[in-house]
Design a binder for this molecule. Structure first.
Ligand SMILES: [Zn+2]
Length: 80
C-alpha cells in the first residue's frame, strides 16, 4: 500500500471508509490525508451529514458529474 492518496482516490474511498470496509492500512492512509486536506475533510463531513439525513449511502447520493469523473479515474487506478 502506498503512503499517499490523491484527493480523487480519497473521494472514491469515502463510501468504503464510512462503511468501515477499508483494510486498516488503507483507512490509516485515508485518515492521514483527511487530517491535512481541508477539501477532503469537508467532503467527508458532507458525506457523513448525507448519511445522517438519509440513513444510508449509495451511489445515487453522489452528484452524477463528480461520480462519473471519479469512476473514470478509479477504473484506471484499480487496474493491476
Ligand atoms: Zn484531499
Amino acid at each position: 500500500m502506498r503512503d499517499h492518496l490523491s484527493c480523487q482516490e480519497v473521494v472514491e474511498l469515502i463510501t468504503d471508509y464510512l462503511e468501515h470496509s477499508l483494510p486498516s492500512e488503507t483507512a490509516a492512509v485515508f485518515e492521514e490525508h483527511i487530517n491535512f486536506c481541508d477539501g477532503c475533510e469537508a467532503y467527508l463531513l458532507q458525506m457523513r451529514a448525507t448519511i445522517a439525513a438519509v440513513g444510508h449511502l449509495d451511489q445515487d447520493d453522489v452528484p452524477p458529474a463528480a461520480r462519473d469523473r471519479l469512476l473514470e479515474a478509479f477504473r484506471h487506478w484499480r487496474r493491476p
